[in-house]
Design a binder for this molecule. Structure first.
Ligand code: SAH
Length: 263
């Protein structure tokens, strides 16, 4: 007969062994099982967030800047979602229009004061030595001023270059150009890069000549344009040194919303 003490010792040893066995089994399952479900989950997450990106993107092209500001203010997380989708889309473009603009600013020297309208992650400001005022609907960086860019806090005639890189999104985009016109010095530069499909009259897009004419009626002179890239158009304007005192009724063409295909 085993003594009670021995019996209890044996039982605890058996329990420990079983526990260890169970733990090993659990650990193994933790090492092998997650691979499949997590890759499936990752795929689902990616699909959901790209769907979400397309929805936010479409919203931004079909509402006013004011409404967009309200939309992001209610849930700033949507702005981050939008920007990760945006970066993902841009990674397929062979040339980034922002890089062309950065090169242009660098070639003009660091003394020009720049306003970046719809700056996103403020890469422009981080890439040049110039003083850059960066505006966007949400500020994720202390250097970015959060506002609707039809109403910036800058003084009139205070900047040398106004940049719009893929940011003429709102249905009220003429009011953004009007704001740029207000803050630019006489002779100051207006640089616009926009998605090519928005200016394809054969596909519901605007006629680039009508856009040029309207921008000139606002008080700019068209200096040059570059339509050679297959993804985007570039326009270079200068604020006329002599501004007309008569305010013209400007006929702005509608810019077609840029909606992304499902990948
Ligand atoms: N210029 C940047 C980001 C382009 S994405 C780049 O080239 O990388 C377009 C940006 O314009 C978005 O960040 C969007 O939030 C901003 N935007 C659109 N409408 C705006 C408005 N009314 N006021 C301020 N920013 C706006």
């Amino acid at each position: 007969m085993e003594s009670g003490k021995r019996k209890r010792e044996k039982q605890t040893k058996k329990k420990k062994m079983n526990n260890n066995k169970r733990r090993r089994k659990h650990d193994q399952s933790q090492q092998t099982l997650p691979l499949k479900p997590s890759s499936f989950l990752d795929k689902m997450k990616a699909r959901l967030s790209s769907g979400h990106f397309r929805m936010i993107n479409e919203k931004l092209y079909t509402c006013t800047g004011d409404q967009a500001l309200h939309y992001f203010n209610q849930d700033p997380y949507l702005f981050n979602l939008y920007h990760s989708g945006y970066q993902q889309q841009m990674s397929h473009w062979p040339v980034q229009p922002l890089d062309t603009i950065i090169q242009w600013i660098k070639s003009r020297g660091p003394s020009l004061v720049v306003a970046d309208f719809g700056c996103g992650d403020a890469r422009l400001a981080k890439s040049v030595k110039n003083k850059v005022f960066s505006f966007d609907l949400v500020s994720n960086d202390p250097s970015v001023i959060a506002c609707d860019m039809s109403n910036t806090p800058l003084e009139s005639f205070s900047v040398d270059v106004a940049v719009f890189c893929l940011s003429l999104m709102g249905t009220n985009f003429p009011s953004y150009l009007q704001e740029a016109h207000r803050i630019l010095r006489l002779g100051g530069w207006l640089l616009i890069a926009e998605v090519k499909s928005r200016f394809d009259p054969n596909n519901g897009g605007a006629d680039p000549n009508n856009f040029l004419k309207a921008t000139c009626d606002l008080g700019f002179a068209s200096v040059s344009k570059d339509f050679s890239n297959k993804m985007f158009l570039l326009f270079f304007f200068q604020k006329k040194k002599k501004q007309s005192s008569v305010k013209k009724e400007i006929e702005w063409p509608q810019l077609k919303p840029c909606v992304y295909k499902r990948r």
